[in-house]
Design a binder for this molecule. Structure first.
Ligand code: GRF
Length: 182
């Protein structure tokens, strides 16, 4: 499982009794690493900075990361809040095994701050609801064949925090479902 932040989705998989062999983070301060340690799951902190400092490319980083991860021969690699776009240097090592959680409907609001952008779009009258998607990973951000998706309603008096909480709750359920399916 790959995380960069809070790791509430990691927690959902832990709580659902999933067997997780390794938690990888590109951020040392990711709370997901602490969650993994508490659950007794091995962790790997793998930062990009040494690569950029040495003038190496993201592909170099991705290749080395793939090498580290391939040691455990994972059945599935779950990206949840992993803030690094993986290139084919990584993806080609794990065909059909890398999945991502996107806090919006397929094709909608790719990239950062998807929930906030959906909230603004609702206020502008452009959308009436948002959603959550779990999909296979391709080099394009938050795109790729959909595994499961669900609609998340937006209510008229929602604050951004209300919507975030609703999206996260559905994410936790949907991610467990996708991993169970696969
Ligand atoms: C989730 O909303 C996920 O969809 C997005 O980043 C967030 C990660 O949350 N890509 P957490 O770290 O699992 O709590």
């Amino acid at each position: 499982m790959f995380v960069s932040g809070n790791g509430s989705n990691l927690q959902a998989l832990i709580d659902a009794g999933m067997s997780i062999a390794l938690v990888v983070s590109n951020r040392k301060s990711a709370y997901g690493l602490a969650r993994a340690q508490t659950a007794g799951i091995p962790t790997l902190y793998f930062p990009l900075k040494p690569y950029s400092d040495r003038g190496q490319s993201r592909e170099d980083y991705d290749r080395d990361l793939a090498r580290e991860v391939s040691v455990i021969q994972p059945d599935l690699i779950v990206l949840a809040g992993w803030m690094h776009v993986l290139s084919t240097a990584f993806l080609n090592q794990f065909p059909n095994k890398v999945i991502n959680l996107h806090p919006a409907l397929p094709g909608a609001f790719p990239g950062m701050n998807a929930i906030e952008r959906a909230y603004r779009a609702y206020q502008d009258g452009t959308i009436t609801h948002t959603g959550v998607t779990v999909h296979h990973v391709v080099p394009e951000v938050d795109a790729g064949p959909v595994i499961v998706q669900d609609v998340v309603p937006i209510l008229m008096d929602d604050t951004l925090e209300d919507l975030e909480a609703r999206v996260h709750e559905i994410e936790h359920r949907l991610l467990v479902k996708a991993v169970q399916m696969l």
